[in-house]
Design a protein around this ligand. Structure first.
Ligand SMILES: *[C@@H]1O[C@H](CO)[C@@H](O)[C@H](O)[C@H]1NC(C)=O
Ligand SMILES: *[C@@H]1O[C@H](CO)[C@@H](O)[C@H](O)[C@H]1NC(C)=O
Ligand SMILES: *[C@@H]1O[C@H](CO)[C@@H](O)[C@H](O)[C@H]1NC(C)=O
Ligand SMILES: *[C@@H]1O[C@H](CO)[C@@H](O)[C@H](O)[C@H]1NC(C)=O
Ligand SMILES: *[C@@H]1O[C@H](CO)[C@@H](O)[C@H](O)[C@H]1NC(C)=O
Length: 954
């Protein structure tokens, strides 16, 4: 038996018999499962209660809410079981370079997750689409991994996102923006940071990415393969402070309105193929760092307006065809520090003047045509470089300005009034306070500092900020040591950081996890001049000596194991083995049930793979037989072309509707699986949800939540005995619209329902609408475009005429059907009745000069015409827009939702108020009033009218 197995054994024993902790069982099992695929988990992960004593785990009400495990040397893959930690809010696994493999799809199940940080690991494969489900996500850092593939469009659904860092991966393809109902990064109106540099992104920069609605301050797209023009919309994102577009293949002219960006501090356009004249940047009064080197601008005299950029610290214009002389006034800019104009055609005399900036440190005009220098004796504190200019080519010319020896800034935090000695251990280092200790180390990377930072003062300030941040978070830090500032080829400033512990010579795990998180979560904010940054920590391994309190637990375990193996407690051992076997079995069952429900029948290793199921459960046929009393007649609640629907009761008491397909109408395994996958992906209170399925003994059965009040059709026809007043009808319309808007605009990938009609709208006990029957639904991914060409399916009367003619399916076809449904809500008439088509009827009767638009005849009398139909006109206007001939003229479902909400609000009703006031909203009326138009039986439905979702008949 391996040691880990014994440990698991013992854990199980602890857990089941000795000291069952407070942590919820499910979360405990999930953590064990994460441990299974990880090496080097903290030694404290042995106790029975993760919430109480596991390092890096935090809980609320016995549920795990936070996992932070920075730089602990964690190795292995992230188990898909992570998705079960449904209360998790923070996940930080940063700086574990041996964490590899793909991110599991189930990450999308972490509905409460607000912070996901995986900086500096080695995760690979695509970024899962399912991240788009994380509606609470504020902070997403996946930078410095090996992710590949495209940036998923679904990220556009993260409406609360504030921080997006995907830099330094191998992402490719275009920057995703929204199109039709597909979302994209332009929807992230709260995002302030798009850090996408150092990937292989291609295509052009989408104009939609920038608008006045965007809150962006940092846009970093450097070192990709982007091409095309810089979009003029850039000038609309007024909040921008840092824009890096350098080292791409951008071409065309720089948009002239770029000087609209009056808050911009850093602008990098270098190393592209930009053409035309140099952009005029007059008015960019915040601009501090400007690099336009290596482009193909037209030859131009050194522009006078450079001298108006009053915040400028750094100007880099290498190889940009600049000519003429540099005006002396330019060097008087008060903040100017660095001027690099290599490889141009600057000529004449270089004159720094006498009123030059006292910050000025470097004027580099290497390889130009300067033939004389005014200040031949040099300028205090300023390095002038004129190598490869005529002035240095004259024989005997040996001025100091003819060499390039450029002193790099060097900086190391000095000792703080003490004399550092030598440390006893090799790995210990004296802190600035001269105490030997094992520091927590790593590299601070500043991606876009606002100046060249070649002044020690900056680093001293940075140290102060760091210490202040550690102190204010009560972290046990004695001091920090910064050293080796260097600029890499991407102009990132890198700086080595060592953080020293206080009180003892090492940190414990809680300490390193907290310091790691403070830096990975950007809780620490450096002085503004440093610009956007990230930290990449090294592994920390100095958690104290053997015998310290931390390792005592595991040694206790070893003693106990020793005793057991020694033979004195054989009984205990067999008991443990039993427990272990039991847990293994339970886990194995869970694995079959959760991650691969198709294992039993998918033995042929078909190319379709394992379905991605979210919450759907697999039932055996025997189980369902039991729940429906052997599919008894009494439990039969309906039937249709495809088979029958039974009411059933699960062991936990939940009522379900069980749809059992007839042999003739069964679909192929792949289609069935696709339908289940689709259904299990959608979760919305206005959509009927899938509870489970059965693919057993040749059956195809779907299990849905049971919706007690039946179909809207039965209600409107008076069959179900429920009366809907006007407000209730508006609410049914709203619920349906919300369900559809979810399918079109939030489901990922988007879904077109294709069969919206009154018998696919179910009403729950509070008469909330729930959209059912996704049998015909099509998702819109495979098509890439906005439409799906497909065999026309649907129900006559509801069918979008445009779709019918063109066979091009778009989400606007659902909008049409929804419009017909609205007419049904008004009239309680079938859409097609004795050859009369309701859309035409209403269009003909409509007279906006009259009360109720002249539709008295058509309005369902049971609405209660005695009361005012508040917002009726607006509702009809909206309806008519939905049934416009041309899909383009119809509104999007989210617009429909908003409009109905407005109608309800002006009717004095809170649209989000779900509870019905039973007495006024609906009442039982005598069943089956025969005068009702619905009772005529001439149906034109193509598909059998049936309350529950059905398998698409073949
Ligand atoms: C400049 O920005 C303002 C504010 O966003 C915007 O209204 C205006 O259209 C922009 N001007 C140009 C020329 O882009
Ligand atoms: C510098 O170059 C410009 C344009 O190439 C030219 O017109 C001018 O005469 C030159 N000046 C000197 C002093 O050589
Ligand atoms: C560094 O910057 C400070 C403050 O901006 C300034 O006072 C000082 O002269 C600078 N020192 C050097 C060596 O440039
Ligand atoms: C870890 O260190 C902190 C601060 O030094 C201390 O408060 C805490 O009790 C330590 N935790 C353990 C498990 O030793
Ligand atoms: C992460 O940092 C942000 C500020 O950048 C802060 O508001 C948030 O509370 C931090 N998260 C946690 C879990 O401390």
């Amino acid at each position: 038996m391996s040691e880990t197995m014994l440990l698991v054994l013992l854990l199980a024993f602890n857990y089941l018999f000795i000291a069952k902790g407070e942590t919820a069982d499910g979360d405990f099992t999930t953590l064990l499962s994460l441990m299974d695929t990880w090496k080097n988990t903290p030694p404290s992960w042995v106790g029975a209660d993760p919430c109480d004593d596991w390092d890096g785990i935090k809980c609320k009400n016995s549920r795990v809410t936070s996992i932070t495990l920075a730089s602990t040397g964690l190795a292995g893959e992230l188990s898909g079981d992570i998705g079960s930690l449904s209360e998790l809010e923070t996940l930080d696994l940063s700086y574990n370079k041996d964490l590899t493999g793909p991110l599991p799809q189930s990450i999308g199940d972490l509905k409460k997750l607000s912070t996901l940080i995986l900086v500096g690991c080695s995760f690979n494969g695509p970024i899962p689409e399912s991240i788009g489900y994380l509606q609470e996500l504020l902070f997403l850092s996946l930078n410095s991994n090996s992710f590949s593939g495209q940036i998923p469009h679904s990220l556009g659904n993260l409406s609360k996102l504030y921080w997006l860092d995907l830099a330094e991966n191998q992402l490719e393809g275009p920057i995703p923006v929204s199109s039709g109902s597909i979302s994209g990064l332009d929807k992230l109106h709260h995002a302030k940071h798009f850090h996408l540099g150092k990937n292989n992104l291609s295509g052009s920069i989408p104009p939609q990415l920038f608008s006045s609605e965007m809150a962006l301050i940092h846009v970093l797209l450097e070192r990709n393969q982007l091409n095309g023009n810089i979009p003029p919309t850039l000038g609309l994102a007024q909040g921008l402070e840092v824009v890096r577009l350098d080292s791409n293949s951008l071409s065309g002219p720089v948009p002239s309105n770029i000087n609209n960006l009056t808050n911009l501090q850093d602008l990098y356009l270098s190393n592209n193929k930009l053409l035309g004249s140099l952009p005029n940047l007059i008015g960019m009064n915040a601009l501090s760092y400007l690099d336009m080197s290596n482009n193909s601008f037209k030859p131009l005299d050194f522009p006078v307006w450079f001298s108006t950029l009053k915040s400028l610290t750094t100007l880099k214009m290498e190889k940009t065809q600049l000519q003429g002389q540099v005006p002396t006034s330019f060097f008087s800019l008060a903040n100017l520090q660095t001027v690099v104009l290599k490889d141009n055609k600057i000529n004449g005399t270089l004159d720094i003047g006498s009123t030059y900036s006292n910050q000025l440190r470097l004027v580099d005009l290497e390889t130009n045509s300067v033939d004389s220098l005014k200040q031949t004796d040099g300028v205090p504190n300023v390095k002038i470089i004129l190598k490869d200019n005529p002035i240095c080519q004259e024989i005997g010319e040996v001025g100091s300005y003819c060499s390039t020896s450029q002193s790099n800034v060097s900086y190391t935090t000095p000792p703080n009034n003490c004399q550092p000695g030598t440390c006893s251990s090799e790995e210990q280092i004296p802190s600035p306070n001269c105490i030997c200790a094992y520091p927590y180390t790593g590299t601070l990377v500043f991606r876009s500092p606002f100046s060249d930072l070649d002044n020690r003062t900056y680093y001293v300030t940075l140290e102060e900020y760091l210490m202040q941040s550690f102190r204010s978070h009560s972290l046990p830090v004695d001091s920090v040591l910064l050293s080796h500032p260097t600029k890499d080829s991407n102009q990132y400033l890198e700086l080595s950081l060592q953080v020293f512990p206080s009180g003892q010579d090492h940190f414990n795990r809680t300490g390193t996890f907290s310091i790691g998180f403070l830096l990975s979560n950007q809780t620490f904010k450096p002085p503004k001049v440093f610009g956007p940054f990230y930290f990449n920590a090294d592994k920390y391994e100095h958690f104290g000596n053997p015998g310290s309190s931390e390792s005592s637990k595991s040694s206790n375990i070893r003693i106990l194991i020793g005793a057991a193996v020694g033979g004195s407690v054989l009984l205990l051992l067999s008991l443990l083995a039993g427990v272990y076997a039991f847990r293994q079995k339970r886990r194995a069952e869970k694995a079959i049930g959760q991650s691969n429900p198709f294992r039993r029948w998918d033995t042929t290793k078909s190319s379709t793979g394992i379905p991605q199921l979210k919450e759907a459960k697999m039932f055996s046929f025997e189980e369902l037989k039991k729940y429906t009393k052997n599919f008894s007649q009494a439990n039969d609640i309906g039937s249709g072309g495809f088979g029958k629907v039974y009411k059933g009761t699960l062991p936990n008491g939940q009522l379900v509707a069980i749809k059992r397909a007839q042999k003739e109408s069964m679909q192929g395994k792949i289609e069935f699986k696709a339908e289940i996958e689709l259904l299990s992906r959608v979760h919305h209170k206005n959509l009927v949800s899938l509870v489970g399925f059965c693919f057993d003994q040749g059956e195809q059965i779907l299990v849905y939540e049971y919706i007690p009040n039946g179909t809207l059709k039965d209600t409107l026809s008076g069959k179900s005995g429920i009366r809907l007043d006007w407000i209730r009808r508006l609410k049914v319309a709203l619920g349906t619209a919300r369900g559809l808007a979810y399918l079109h605009e939030l489901a990922n990938p988007p879904i077109i329902h294709r069969d919206i009609k009154s018998n696919n709208i179910l009403l729950d006990q509070s008469l909330n609408a729930k959209v059912a029957d996704f049998g015909l639904s099509k998702c819109m991914v495979d098509c890439e475009k906005d439409h799906v060409t497909t065999q026309v399916k649907g129900t006559m009367g509801y069918l979008d005429p445009e779709y019918y003619m063109s066979q091009q399916l778009t989400e606007k076809s659902d909008v049409y059907s929804f419009g017909v449904l609205m007419l049904e809500l008004i009239s309680a008439r079938r859409p097609l009745e004795r050859g009369r088509y309701i859309v035409k009827q209403v269009k003909n009767a409509l007279d906006k000069t009259k009360g109720l638009y002249g539709l008295h005849e058509i309005i369902d009398p049971s609405i209660g015409l005695e009361s005012t139909l508040s917002g009726f006109d607006k509702f009809v206007d909206l309806t008519m827009k939905c049934v416009e001939e041309c899909g383009e003229d119809r509104p999007k479902m989210s617009d429909v939702v908003r409009e109905i909400e407005n109608i309800l609000k002006s009717a004095g009703t809170n649209p989000s108020d779900e509870s019905p006031s039973i007495s006024s909203s609906y009442e039982e009326v005598s069943r089956g009033s025969s005068s009702h138009p619905y009772n005529s039986n001439d149906s034109f439905d193509l598909s059998a009218g049936f309350p529950y979702p059905k398998v698409d008949p073949k």
